[in-house]
Design a protein around this ligand. Structure first.
Ligand code: UTP
Length: 482
């Protein structure tokens, strides 16, 4: 173990304590290049090192890399989850009216905030900036951030309400994100109504559980997953800020779903009506093999199962109407009760979400401190998943939505869930609105027009608003309804 040179004026005792702890946990290689580091680099490395919970890391290594025990799920306890079916399938219009008015009252009285976890690495998309800056709208090529800002502002305006937006960034993308909003005057928000905070990180490790270094003086750290949202919301003071503003309900949507209805009065209304702590929108699966996490009932409580853990024969089971028995697919749109977030985010053992491992290529260095070029994954990152929060409440609710109305994730550079599908799904949805309003538009067998046009959130955020407003404007290449 290297000794600390006194001339560096670091708190020697503190540094030695960190060294010793790392040695105790067999992680002393983190300080291998200590003698070659500047004072700032040493200070920085020490800070990073002291933030790591080595005991937790040892337990995770044991659980995910050493132990061969597989977690067994008792599928006999799993039954299909009940859910609120689409308004169009519902035979009780009064119930929907009641929900709408509850939701609208909550929005109007400032009880609702928006929240977006935007700390992901977006590695599949491979875009060299925060994913929220990706240009997605068909004509104006506005970014995801701008699109969501405009959707939230449109609802604020409609209900004469203030809807603050909390955005979780990561170590890597925080500065670029904040700068983007600043350069764009916060897209019309008051500065104090958009709050940015970074999520926590976890050290990445090799397959033996040894902490990886991204260079001689930096530990390879990765964001702790969208399940890290709760801790970050609490520790950043966001939940306190929400409490001061009188916010009870947090509308949670991911950064990559351009079709999401950021603030949905019906969804909010049913959430209130059912006294739910966590509500999730679901799309109905049509194919057993569809790769989407399932919302199910486990001993009567709503829970999730990853598609890869769900047995094929169960996934293929049909109900009496011929649809899939287990059909409710989770699409990352939720409503959280603010106090429930506080419980999940405080250091409370009873509400600690589990970590999952992901095998990844993690940029690192060799024994001489030179960058390694990676052909294959060399380690793992640990992440928590937001939907695991379902296991911590018995008051949860599932609400059906249509994929074509509300789910178009941007994940990959090409093919499925790519910029091309994101563009087409917007055009298909906008065209369906024009048709529903009695407008003229020619579309192909997939509902796609032969040109690009755009409906801005300031014009309409859903089909009902569109029908109420549209008065036959011509729809052609480059038209923007605003
Ligand atoms: P994804 O699971 O798609 O992950 O995130 P990703 O990191 O964006 O993309 P890949 O897997 O590297 O290609 C779903 C949502 O959760 C957020 C993302 O920003 C996105 O809104 N997220 C994910 C976080 O905020 N933090 C994380 O650590 C992971």
């Amino acid at each position: 173990m290297n000794k600390i040179s006194p001339d560096l004026n670091l708190d020697k005792l503190e540094a030695n304590a960190v060294f010793n702890t790392f040695k105790k946990f067999d992680q002393e290689h983190v300080f291998k290049f200590w003698d070659q580091l500047s004072k700032e680099e040493r200070q920085n490395l020490l800070e990073q090192a002291s933030e790591i919970d080595l005991k937790q890391l040892k337990n995770l290594t044991e659980e995910h890399l050493v132990s061969t025990a597989t977690k067994s799920i008792d599928f006999s306890e799993i039954t299909p989850a009940e859910y609120i079916k689409l308004k169009s399938k519902n035979s009780n219009p009064e119930e929907w009216e009641e929900a709408k008015s509850l939701g609208e009252d909550a929005i109007r009285s400032g009880k609702v905030a928006a929240f977006t976890p935007a700390g992901g690495q977006g590695s599949r998309l491979g875009f060299d900036a925060p994913k929220g800056m990706y240009p997605v709208t068909p004509v104006l090529k506005n970014s995801l951030f701008q699109l969501f800002a405009e959707k939230i502002k449109a609802v604020s305006k409609k209900y004469n309400a203030n809807i603050p937006w909390y955005i979780m960034t990561s170590l890597e993308n925080h500065n670029d994100t904040v700068e983007f909003f600043m350069t764009n005057d916060f897209f019309g928000f008051n500065e104090e109504d958009i709050q940015f905070f970074s999520q926590y990180t976890m050290p990445a490790v090799d397959f033996e559980g040894k902490i990886l270094m991204s260079n001689k003086h930096n530990i390879a750290r990765t964001p702790d997953g969208h399940g890290g949202s709760f801790k970050a919301l609490v520790k950043s003071g966001s939940t306190d800020d929400m409490a001061k503003r009188g916010i009870d309900i947090v509308s949670f949507f991911q950064i990559d779903n351009s079709l999401v209805q950021c603030i949905d009065p019906y969804f909010i209304g049913f959430h209130i009506k059912q006294q739910s702590k966590l509500s999730s929108k679901a799309c109905i699966k049509t194919e057993p093999k569809e790769k989407v996490g399932l919302l199910v009932a486990k001993k009567g409580r709503i829970s999730t199962i990853e598609y890869s853990d769900f047995p094929d024969e169960m996934a293929a089971k049909r109900n009496d109407e011929g649809g899939l028995l287990f059909s409710t697919g989770s699409i990352g749109i939720h409503l959280f009760d603010r106090e429930f977030i506080s419980k999940l985010g405080e250091d409370n053992e009873d509400f600690q979400l589990p970590f999952h491992k992901a095998v990844k290529k993690i940029s690192t260095i060799d024994d001489e401190g030179n960058p390694i070029s990676l052909e294959a994954p060399n380690g793992v990152k640990f992440e928590m998943f937001g939907f695991d929060a379902l296991d911590y409440t018995s008051n949860a609710m599932i609400f059906e939505t249509l994929r074509e109305n509300e789910f178009s994730p941007l994940k990959n550079a090409t093919g499925k869930d790519s910029p091309e599908t994101v563009l087409n799904l917007q055009l298909q949805l906008f065209s369906s609105w024009v048709k529903a309003a009695g407008g003229k538009i020619e579309v192909d067998e997939n509902g796609l027009p032969p040109f690009s046009f755009e409906i801005k959130p300031s014009y309409a955020t859903d089909v009902d608003e569109f029908i109420a407003k549209y008065d036959g404007e011509a729809i052609a290449e480059g038209v923007v309804l605003a």
